[in-house]
Design a protein around this ligand. Structure first.
Ligand code: ATP
Length: 257
């Protein structure tokens, strides 16, 4: 057991027809560090993200349990998970691409019960709270050097800028843990360093980071801990330099990198 695990997962399984996509007996994520979840295509990484963030439900048959910060999350939905402080990024979808950068940010703001935040395109509602939320969005956009793009369509951003926007949107709810889905996918080399820097800054500010990534350079460069998944199971884990130097693990699960 990890001394200060913020996320604890037990017996989480998900089947799709005859395929067992995820079958994790036990996994803990340590608070305040950067953990990478790696593994070959189809290993179950995305499905695992979906399960623990409440976007998918485990298949029955095992006693699935997971908790975040001591709070059981097993039967809660995605918004309850986000409210508990665990927030994930999403790849920018077609519909989000057609919205402005600012509207994407507003969607990341946590909603109060009964509240539907007016999107600027639909209903400009300058309540006090909306003003605060916009102010926060602008601060985050400035931090990620996207402020001057706030009225542009998100679809007009470069690959790296989209990744920054995904992160900025996730930070709208002040998460204690942020889960990044392939933060390096489609990022051109000019933005790589800046993206890595932003992720390290988050960790240094005390946010726990869990990310799925195929870019082994990035995994080596910024992870404190690496978890290897294959065929739905955790097959190895350890400090990044140990796991990434383990030839048996690399050959068996990751191929040449
Ligand atoms: P990648 O690195 O390619 O993103 P991954 O590790 O994220 O892969 P998953 O996308 O979680 O892996 O897929 C795990 C397995 O579950 C695969 O065999 C996949 O085909 C299957 N799978 C995932 N989602 C579904 C679905 N909605 N319906 C049917 N099968 C699915």
């Amino acid at each position: 057991a990890k001394p200060d695990a913020v996320l604890k997962v037990d017996n989480v399984r998900r089947d799709f027809g005859g395929i067992t996509a995820v079958n994790v007996d036990h996994l803990e994520v340590q608070r305040g560090i950067i953990t990478a979840l790696i593994g070959p295509n189809g290993a179950g990484k995305t499905t695992f993200f979906n399960l623990i963030t409440g976007f998918d439900k485990p298949s029955s048959g095992r006693d699935a349990k997971w908790s975040f910060d001591g709070r059981s999350l097993g039967r809660t939905n995605a918004s309850a998970v986000a409210k508990a402080g665990m927030v994930r990024t999403f790849q920018l979808t077609k519909s989000l691409s057609r919205m402005t950068v600012m509207d994407n940010m507003l969607l990341g703001a946590p909603q109060q019960p009964g509240e539907r935040l007016a999107l600027s395109l639909l209903r400009p509602l300058w309540s006090k709270r909306e003003g605060e939320i916009r102010g926060k969005a602008e601060e985050l956009l400035a931090r990620f050097k996207l402020l001057e793009k706030k009225d542009d369509y998100a679809g007009s951003l470069s690959g790296g800028q989209r990744k920054l926007l995904e992160m900025a949107r996730a930070l709208m709810s002040d998460p204690r843990m942020i889960m990044l889905d392939e933060p390096m996918a489609g990022v051109n080399p000019a933005l790589t360093q800046s993206l890595l820097g932003h992720i390290q800054t988050l960790r240094d500010e005390g946010t726990t980071v869990l990310f799925v990534e195929h870019d082994m350079h990035m995994v080596r460069h910024i992870s404190d801990w690496v978890v290897v998944m294959a065929e739905g199971k955790v097959v190895a884990e350890g400090p990044a330099d140990t796991v990434m130097a383990d030839k048996a693990v690399i050959d068996a699960y990751l191929g040449a990198h």
